[in-house]
Design a protein around this ligand. Sequence first.
Ligand code: R5P
Length: 296
Amino acid sequence: MIVIGGSSSENLANTVASRLGATSGKIEIKRFPDGEKYLRVLDDVKDHHVIVIQSMHHTPDELLFEYLLLVDALKDLGAKRVSSFIPYFAYARQDERFKPGEALSFRTVSKLIETVGTDDVFTIDMHQHRILRSSEVFRIPSHNLSAMPLLADYVMKEGILRNPLVIGPDAEAEQWAKLAAETLHSDYDVFEKKRYTADRVEVRPRKATAKGRDILIVDDIISTGGTIIEASKTLFTQGAARIEVACTHPILAANSLSRIREAGITNVIGTDTVPSPISFVSVAPIIADEVKKLRS
Ligand code: R5P
């Protein structure tokens, strides 16, 4: 077995390879003067099961294209099986035609991933709002894993929050709030969220009250931070004692982290699906455990 990381996930791939005692494969990437990308696989992959790890954050088009070049090359070079881990899966939010004429980007991306010969695909806390299972989009075996138990475990070991109430800032976040609450042996609730523009959202509490409680807000993505900031305003108005935030994918657009801190949030943690200053939790154990299951 060979583990190869694309340029967005090299460190993560090396960690996974060493956890598995597998070969860490290498690729060479450069650009031609006209901007085209060049990719070369430096290992002999013939008859090997190759694990590809490539997150699609910040420059998703470029990273997706690199992924397509890589997997197509691997299959052409005789790899027996290519299992892909795309920890941050871009384009999952455009899963529906909201306005006439819009591209269904999620479907296009999944078709491309299949076309190059990916045998199975794994994502982590992929945005699934209207589409509830990745199998509704992919025709190859697909699995959506979750980093929430690991994030909650980290929060528990930090030991700062006393008997926290876990809050999901919108209905979709219920799945993550539930998982985190299970690890923390605590209760949870979700808010109702209305998004007006990309950076303006409004949230309303459903039933739980935060009065006097330590709160853990959990979400899949922090992008502009708008969702977290609105949720925390509501929670502080209700009398929350302290708020921490855990997210799987810290995209952290522009000055979102400083705005979140200014909103009075004590701690923000994320994972290395998107390397960032708050990526304190690695998803390497999740990937390595899944690969072990593929081996057996
Ligand atoms: C949306 O439904 C997602 O689950 C996140 O809540 C959202 O992507 C966060 O974005 P932002 O930080 O820009 O509010």
